[in-house]
Design a protein around this ligand. Structure first.
Ligand SMILES: [Zn+2]
Length: 387
């Protein structure tokens, strides 16, 4: 173990400590190593286009020996940590491989006729390794068609990068140090943990981290178009233009949140949670993608592409399931009151910006009118999703 790994193990001791992959299948061990290299690449290329972090700190990133879908950003004594539960890698990778191993999902990718029909699980909303282990004999079901197998890994990579960039945003944008100074806590878990701050403020920090991770994804799409971006020729064939890049990103990230299903929220209890409901985060991400394209023609096309991706993910979850699935999470997020609440969270950023300034590593900008969701426009997509 290196010195950094020892420090990481100690920092996340109560969460499970350092995960050292030792699978029988050496490809899996290599996959975990490769992801850490990928995350370093993401850190080096962090920021809006043409804008690099001012003096970014070293962030000790490793996997945690834990079985649920979760990730953390933390700090102690001036050292920064990102911990991603090892099971997250397996669960996310298993999800996309299961999708592409189904001949009825994403039929335009590769040759779906090579895939076997009938690979279903009772409920594909699998957020814990035990559920995955109990749901089928094989933990990872790989597509038979090579192009589809490559695409499944590309989607997994996109979703895991999003998760990592979200955590990195919590550090770079000052959220972690701010919450430490305010409340004596230094972790922002992606689920299950209430860190004791005002819920609206925590929801704002969550959406803010999602916004930054989305910009990172868009940067990657544009970069993938232009240069090698660490992609082989097969992978690059999925990024031939901004439309399929946008679709792939939307599909991957929507799927990541879709895994969590719907927890029967009502509009009156939106401020009872420290994290915004999954659907709210998905809609905020679509709105961020939209803001990322200033060109008028693209601005018109982007929502259609995002919502098509959402529909295809909903279809995929039903197609993989034996039970009847519901798309209540995204339907909930398109309620008028919920869209208005999402804008309330965004507006609250302008109250936090002054407090965050002394902790951030990049210049922070206030949100303006254009950053808000066009409620009337987004409401119209509701009907599309229902059928
Ligand atoms: Zn977060």
């Amino acid at each position: 173990m290196t010195e950094h790994q020892i420090a990481f193990d100690s920092h996340f001791a109560t969460k499970g400590g350092l995960f050292v992959p030792a699978f029988k299948d050496d490809n899996l061990n290599e996959y975990f190593k490769w992801l850490l290299i990928e995350f370093s690449w993401q850190k080096r290329n962090y920021g809006f286009s043409g804008e690099e972090p001012v003096n970014p700190p070293f962030v000790n990133t490793e996997f945690i020996n834990a079985l649920s879908l979760n990730a953390y950003a933390g700090a102690k004594d001036g050292n920064y940590f990102i911990g991603i539960n090892a099971a997250t890698v397996i669960l996310v990778t298993a999800l996309f491989n299961r999708m592409l191993a189904n001949p009825n999902i994403l039929t335009s990718v590769g040759d779906p006729l090579e895939e076997e029909p009938g690979l279903k699980v009772f409920n594909p909303e699998i957020t814990h390794f035990d559920q995955l282990y109990l749901s089928s004999e094989e933990i990872l079901i790989f597509p038979k068609n090579e192009v589809r197998r490559k695409f499944a890994f590309l989607l997994a990579r996109t979703a895991l990068n999003f998760l990592h960039n979200h955590e990195y945003a919590h550090i770079i944008l000052g959220h972690v140090d701010y919450s430490h100074a305010e409340r004596g806590v230094f972790e922002l878990a992606e689920s299950e943990q209430n860190i004791g701050m005002n819920n609206l403020d925590v929801q704002t920090l969550e959406l803010d981290a999602d916004i930054m991770a989305t910009y990172m994804g868009l940067k990657f799409i544009n970069f993938a178009n232009l240069s090698n971006a660490n992609l082989d020729s097969n992978e690059r064939s999925f990024y031939t233009d901004w439309q399929n890049g946008t679709f792939n990103f939307s599909f991957a990230v929507y799927s990541l949140f879709r895994l969590f299903g719907f927890k029967n929220h009502s509009t009156s209890e939106l401020l009872n949670f420290d994290h915004p409901p999954e659907g709210v985060r998905q809609v905020n991400i679509f709105n961020t993608i939209l803001k990322g394209y200033t060109d008028a023609e693209k601005y018109q096309q982007v929502p259609e592409i995002c919502f098509l991706a959402a529909k295809q993910v909903e279809f995929a979850f039903q197609e993989m399931a034996e039970k009847v699935m519901s798309n209540n999470a995204i339907k909930f997020a398109f309620n008028y009151d919920v869209l208005v609440h999402t804008n309330l969270i965004t507006n609250n950023w302008n109250n936090l910006i002054e407090k965050l300034k002394k902790y951030c590593f990049v210049p922070l900008k206030p949100y303006v009118e254009r950053d808000l969701i066009d409620v009337e426009r987004f409401r119209n997509f509701d009907a599309d999703l229902l059928y």
